[in-house]
Design a protein around this ligand. Structure first.
Ligand SMILES: Nc1ncnc2c1ncn2[C@@H]1O[C@H](COP(=O)(O)OP(=O)(O)O)[C@@H](O)[C@H]1O
Ligand SMILES: [Mg+2]
Length: 270
């Protein structure tokens, strides 16, 4: 591809951040509410030699962060059918494991935060957070090469996490753990309990943590309803559009489905 090095090419695919562009081999992204925490994570990953995340190159003269562009294949909307491929999902799980292992070394730096807890949101369930996790492992945030996940991008939701929190998010996006009526067609015909087991095995979660996955998924759904409503009200933009499009109702349906399927899911994981 011949690129004018100064041309700004809009990058579609994200739901929320306005003005993400590619410039040559870099990506420019507006600074967001948790950019300092994101930058701590990206710098730590670079120092650890972890190769599955963009590098932070600095801030440009328009106050945007400069990241390396990671070459490869990223899903847009509508999702390509390969989002449902088991081998792709397993490769995401293995990449996430490597990411979390790299982040564990840093632990929780002073001031690490998930942001204010929205009013009415229940206490989280599961093991206490010990490191800064990614927590937004969507197809739009995963870069593939030759059918395998090679990088995670978009660390905007990084926050104090446990391995359980990370795998709960993985199951939501790559395991089809959504209410059946909201599940993407990419997961048509997929047994999501068995898919979940395969992803959890690929991540290598231990037995004690596995037992938390279903209750923590239910609790995460409950709390997401509050955090999505809070972001829609506070940040507007894409968050408000998602809320107006009914994401809150889909989150409630996910919670109900998880409660109803809890036994099936739990025994598949055990
Ligand atoms: N460093 C990067 N390398 C390659 N592609 C990127 C990079 N950053 C963003 N993109 C592309 O731009 C899209 C939107 O960027 P993202 O950072 O995920 O913003 P949003 O917060 O809107 O989700 C991504 O889905 C991806 O396709
Ligand atoms: Mg994104």
């Amino acid at each position: 591809m011949h690129l004018d090095p100064s041309e700004e090419i809009p990058l579609a695919g994200g739901d929320v951040t306005e003005g993400v562009v590619r410039v040559g081999d870099t990506v420019r992204r507006p600074i967001g509410e948790h950019s300092d925490q994101v930058h701590v994570v990206l710098r730590h990953l670079e120092a650890s030699g972890f190769d599955g995340a963009p590098r932070l190159l600095g801030v440009d003269d328009r106050g945007r962060e400069i990241l390396t562009f990671v070459d490869g294949e990223v899903a847009g909307r509508p999702w390509p059918s390969w989002v449902g491929d088991l081998e792709r999902g397993r490769s995401v799980a293995r990449l996430l494991r490597r990411l979390d292992d790299a982040m564990l070394d840093l632990g929780l730096p002073d001031g690490a935060t998930a942001g204010p807890r929205p009013e009415g949101s229940p206490e989280p369930v599961g093991p206490a957070p010990t490191f800064l996790g990614h927590r937004d492992i969507t197809p739009e945030n995963t870069v593939f090469r030759d059918g395998a996940a090679v990088a995670l991008i978009d660390f905007d939701l990084t926050r104090p996490s446990s391995r359980v929190d990370e795998v709960v998010n993985l199951l939501q996006w790559w395991g089809g753990w959504q209410a059946p009526e909201d599940r993407d067609p990419a997961f048509d015909g997929v047994d999501v309990a068995r898919r979940g087991r395969a992803l959890v095995d690929a991540y290598g979660l231990d037995a004690a943590d596995r037992a938390w996955l279903v209750p923590a998924s239910i609790s995460t759904a409950e709390r997401s309803w509050f955090s999505m409503r809070d972001r829609a009200g506070r940040l507007g933009g894409g968050w408000a559009r998602m809320w107006d499009d009914g994401v809150g109702d889909a989150i409630r349906r996910r919670e109900l489905w998880l409660r109803g399927a809890a036994e099936t899911l739990g025994s598949a994981l055990a």
